[in-house]
Design a protein around this ligand. Structure first.
Ligand code: UDX
Length: 433
């Protein structure tokens, strides 16, 4: 919304939330925003107070505006039907009812949250049943990735707007296309029917997640045979039909979207009786979980089949670099598996320690240390979990001196210079090598 405001100076954008603390952070004088995202603060500085406002006054905002983007959370449902797979739509539904209650004119409602196919139809039914005003429900899924959100928004591969295939739908689609056309070339703004748009978002994330699981499945085989997964990925990716992106083997995918969306797809397949397709997509998740178990099994083997009381420093806890986000982070799973082995764990991360403490608050004895040198002091092993840009340029000689010997580095992102680490004296493990 901040980018929309920046690129549409003649439109007023009001972001509303029920969480007053978060809204206050968005409005704070020193711009201590509630999320870390490179470049975001500059966009907010440019637009806030001019045509971008943050508020808890949902009623006024709904009344005033012509278009409502709904981005409420749709976590994986943990109860009842579809538990562990389906999306929990209660927040979405209550938001829809609230919009209906406050509206004093016709509105375009835009799904921004990732929702299962046909949610728009349910929302349409709730909003338009005995309504005084007309609500046109569109789907405009977001493809930005964390850490590169601002760039992805400013230079998207494509923008997708799905809407009803009737006259009202066509008018509403045009409205939303115009919001983006302020900076996105028209040829990159694709329009579809609502269900295609909803399914496209799930399909895009599932295909990306599947690429990560596929290369990780190859990585295991590389370790067993002496092949090098980075070499394999490079040559495979040189095939223009496959392409080079999203072929980096690592500790498995994390983040708020991939697992949730693949599980959603699994649930949809099951609902429509497509059991083989459901199993196929479930394999993507199983492979991902297996990757973290493999990391701990390899550590176990390489550290003389006992990890109890050894000190291991996790370098990086965020699910990827340039974010403080730790949702579904592979580092969390690895920390839990190591904790079961009675490892003395120190977690280090430049941006994610607040979240790490919260995520692991049920585990005793975990230490948290932002300074990598202190984190590594006296450690038997370092497990690099997140590819933070500064890790390769740390003083590894100094780290080596401080560690207990034999000192091991398990670089699960293959981002360190393994040869020079070995020269220093480290034992080095990589994924897929
Ligand atoms: C993803 C999608 O990319 C984005 O389009 C969608 O809108 C939201 O979900 P995000 O979760 O922010 O974005 O991160 P992404 O960069 O896609 O990475 C997801 C996970 O896969 C990370 O844990 C990352 O480390 C891992 N990954 C990615 C790999 O292990 N290897 C790769 O080659 C690429």
């Amino acid at each position: 919304m901040a980018v929309i405001a920046k690129m549409n100076p003649d439109r007023k954008v009001v972001v509303v939330d029920i969480n007053a603390e978060r809204v206050a952070a968005w409005n704070s004088d020193d711009y201590s925003l509630p999320i870390y995202e490179p470049g975001l603060v500059d966009v907010v500085k440019e637009a806030r107070g001019k045509n971008l406002f943050f508020s808890t006054d949902i009623e006024s905002a709904v009344r005033e505006c012509d278009i409502v983007f709904v981005g409420v959370n749709t976590p994986t449902k943990m109860f009842g039907r579809g538990a562990g797979r389906a999306s929990d739509l209660q927040y979405w539904e209550s938001t829809a009812r609230e919009i209906k209650r406050f509206a004093k004119s016709d509105k375009i409602i835009v799904e921004k949250s990732t929702l299962p196919v046909r949610t728009a139809a349910a929302m349409d039914a709730i909003l338009n049943d005995h309504a005084e005003h007309k609500f046109t429900v569109l789907s405009n899924p977001e493809f930005l990735a964390e850490g590169t959100a601002i760039k992805d928004l400013l230079e998207p591969d494509r923008v997708l707007v799905g809407g009803p295939q009737n006259a009202d739908g066509a008018t509403a689609i045009r409205e939303i296309v115009n919001v983006y056309a302020a900076w996105v070339p028209k040829a990159k703004i694709l329009t579809t029917n609502v269900w295609s748009a909803e399914l496209t978002k799930l399909a895009a994330n599932a295909l990306l997640a599947q690429r990560v699981s596929s290369i990780n499945a190859i990585a295991g085989l590389c370790e067993a045979t002496g092949a090098d997964v980075d070499e394999v990925a490079k040559v495979v990716g040189a095939d223009s039909r496959i392409g080079p992106k999203f072929l980096k083997a690592g500790p498995g995918f994390g983040g708020s979207c991939f697992k949730k969306d693949v599980l959603n797809l699994v649930y949809l397949c099951e609902t429509f009786g497509l059991h083989t397709a459901a199993e196929y997509w479930m394999g993507v998740i199983k492979m991902n979980e297996h990757q973290q178990e493999r990391i701990v099994s390899r550590l176990f083997r390489e550290m003389f089949n006992t990890l109890a009381n050894k000190k291991i420093a996790l370098f990086g806890f965020a699910f990827k670099a340039d974010t403080g986000d730790t949702r579904e982070t592979p580092a969390g799973t690895v920390a839990r598996l190591l904790h079961e082995e009675h490892v003395r764990i120190t977690v280090s991360d430049p941006k994610a320690l607040v979240n790490a403490r919260r995520d692991l608050s049920d585990l005793d004895g975990i230490m948290y240390e932002e300074d990598e040198y202190k984190a590594a002091d006296g450690a038997d092993a370092i497990v690099l979990m997140t590819d933070w840009r500064h890790y390769p340029s740390l003083d590894w000689q100094r780290i080596y001196k401080q560690m207990r010997k034999p000192a091991l580095v398990f670089d699960t992102r293959n981002c360190l210079d393994a040869a020079s680490l070995k020269d220093i004296g480290f034992k080095v493990l990589n994924i897929g090598k």
